[in-house]
Design a binder for this molecule. Structure first.
Ligand SMILES: [Zn+2]
Length: 86
């Protein structure tokens, strides 16, 4: 797979570290243990277009939000994670 990094250009996916679902949010501190357990260990496994968090460890070292189809591995776009909304 090739990823279009907004800073480095098109790069091989081996330069990136996959960090999972980009829509996950840390629960409120008053949410309780069960809520934290679910946010850490219980994840969806969606088929189709999905927003993921990737870290460009072999390049610019920015965190990116990558939009990818989990069935075909087609990557639609990548953007700086801190500039995006969930
Ligand atoms: Zn980069």
């Amino acid at each position: 797979m090739r990823v279009q990094c907004p800073f480095c250009g098109e790069r091989d996916s081996n330069e990136f570290t996959f960090l999972g679902d980009a829509s996950c949010r840390r629960p409120d501190s008053s949410s309780g243990v069960e809520s934290f357990f679910r946010s850490l260990y219980v994840r969806e496994n969606p088929a189709g277009r999905h927003a993921e968090l990737w870290y460009h460890s072999g390049g610019c070292r920015y965190f990116l939000k990558v939009f990818r189809d989990t069935r075909t591995h087609e990557i639609f776009s990548a953007e700086l994670a801190s500039e995006t909304q969930a």
